[in-house]
Design a protein around this ligand. Structure first.
Ligand code: UD1
Ligand code: CA
Length: 485
């Protein structure tokens, strides 16, 4: 198959299907929420596994769902798209073997390689899975019936142990709860990641009995059964233990979070040229991009699909989520920036809040205790103090005085405010939307603007009225600023 370019042996002609087990609750998380929905690096565990699976370019990804099936399915669709996976419901969670059995109707007849993954092993890399599939398909020149991924752990407790015979050949997997004291000493564990020849898997699975300490159907009984049948069962011993460890408790979840963060910070420092004053206390999600010569201070959170250009400075206590920041931007302490865009050379904060598609055009500035919602501030414009700009469009070279409020909500509907170029909004102006302030206009301090302000006029009072038309010369001076003849 052209998809599997790994090798040219005939075995590669079997198609690759992926089955992700994600029906369990994850009792050890002590949570109302299904384990695979817990977030790592800002995305649910199941999303990590599914993204990795797509990198193998399989024919199809199947996900076994049970606990909070709809929410889990939604999380998968969010990652892979509406049609990115097929969902198989396991109505009662009777063990990993039972979970795979739920897929029998869908997959049982397929002449395929079935790669089985757990929804709670989020850090496994596509390269590792590809190597496992490759070994499985080329084993002894004809492919194995089953190849499982194993790893040696200093502390193997909790995992299924790989039991080998005197010659070191695979014999069976024994779960922790069923292991003898001697078996418990084995430190090679089953990572819960397997390749099966699909046609051999299901008949063997049908023979599995729940005769174990947990009364569950164990998928881990299948390799032993196949081995007893005389089929080829192989073990792929992997070296990076952390990569293939599962998450069973919140302690492990926190450790993985740290690990993911360390990897990300390292890459940003080594490859992208970002300075972190204290990388151990800076939180950058895996998908974030940050440009060269940015300096990021401690206690900053940068999340989601955020992209930051070159030469920016981001001070402590700031959170930036799903936003786009240009070059040479300074973000001072304690800002919250969500779903917004900041063009080159802007200054933000301290204590500013930008949200819902707000946009700062280049070289504009937003200062202390300013909130912007769905608003645009034109280039070289400023709103420096104690201001709310909601549903507002502000032109270029305009100054928004301290304490200005766009009164955008009448109790029922939101209305827009338009402020054109070269406007001076006086301190403590209330702009009662919908309203427009014309080019070159000035509002006096304390104005309550309820009607549109004509261009080049000065308004004042409550409600604001036009006090005078501003001198034409004065206006042209502003306009010709910087290009004197
Ligand atoms: C499993 C393996 C163990 C291995 C470990 C590696 C079995 C019996 N044991 O143990 O050998 O060392 O993984 O991480 O397989 N699930 C279902 N339906 C169920 C039960 C589980 O979909 O009825 C799903 C869970 O949501 C989870 C995955 O299967 O994503 C693994 O289940 P879990 O209970 O975590 O298995 P472990 O006890 O960790
Ligand atoms: Ca597990």
């Amino acid at each position: 198959m052209e998809k599997q370019s790994q090798n040219n042996t005939p075995e590669t002609h079997a198609l690759l299907d992926v089955l992700v087990l994600a029906a369990g609750l994850g009792t050890r998380m002590r949570s109302q929420k299904a384990k695979v929905l817990h977030q790592l690096g800002g995305r649910p565990l199941i999303a990590h596994v599914c993204r990795t699976a797509t990198a193998l370019d399989p024919r199809r990804i199947h996900v076994v769902v049970g606990h909070q099936a709809e929410v889990v399915a939604k999380a998968v669709q969010q990652e892979l798209g509406e049609d990115g996976a097929t969902f198989i419901e396991q109505t009662e969670q009777r063990g990993t073997g039972d979970a795979v059995m739920a897929a029998r109707e869908m997959l049982g007849e397929a002449n395929s390689t079935l790669l089985i993954l757990s929804g709670d092993v989020p850090l496994v890399r596509a390269e590792t899975l590809a190597a496992l599939v490759h070994q499985h398909r080329t084993h002894r020149g004809r492919g194995a019936a089953c190849t499982m991924l194993s790893v040696r752990l200093e502390d193997p407790s909790g995992y299924g142990r790989i039991i080998r015979d005197a010659e070191g050949r695979f014999e069976k997997i024994v779960e922790q709860r069923d292991a003898t004291p001697e078996e418990k000493l084995v430190n090679e564990i089953n990572a819960g990641i397997y390749c099966f020849d699909t046609r051999l898997l299901f008949p063997a699975l049908a023979r599995v009995q729940p005769s174990n300490a947990q009364g569950e159907y164990y998928l881990t009984d299948v390799p032993g059964l196949l081995r007893t049948d005389g089929a080829d069962v192989a073990v792929y011993l992997h070296t990076d233990a952390r990569e293939v460890s599962g998450i069973n408790t919140r302690v492990e979840l926190a450790e993985f979070e740290r690990l993911l963060r360390e990897r990300k910070m390292r890459r940003l420092m080594l490859d992208s040229g970002v300075t972190f004053i204290d990388p151990r206390h800076t939180y950058v999600s895996p998908d974030v991009q940050i440009g060269r010569d940015c300096v990021v201070y401690p206690d900053v959170h940068i999340e989601g699909q955020t992209i930051i250009g070159d030469g920016c400075e981001i001070r402590s206590g700031t959170r930036i989520t799903d936003s786009r920041i240009g070059n040479g931007v300074t973000i001072k302490d304690h800002c919250v920036i969500i779903d917004s865009e900041i063009a080159d050379n802007c200054t933000v904060g301290p204590f500013a809040h930008l949200r819902m598609n707000s946009k700062l055009e280049q070289s504009s500035a937003v200062g202390n205790f300013v909130e912007m919602k769905k608003s645009r501030l034109g280039s070289h414009s400023k709103a420096m103090h104690l201001t709310y700009l909601g549903d507002a469009t502000i032109g270029e070279e305009t100054n928004i005085g301290a304490g200005t409020i766009t009164c955008n909500y009448d109790g029922k509907n939101k209305h827009e405010t338009h402020i054109e170029d070269h406007v001076k909004i006086g301190s403590d102006t209330m702009l009662v939307a919908p309203v427009r302030v014309g080019h070159g206009a000035v509002t006096a301090a304390g104005s309550v603007v309820t009607k549109d302000v004509p261009p080049d006029s000065l308004v004042a009072g409550v409600p604001a009225v036009v006090k005078k038309q501003l001198k034409q010369e004065a206006i042209s001076t502003t306009e010709d600023h910087g290009r004197k003849q």
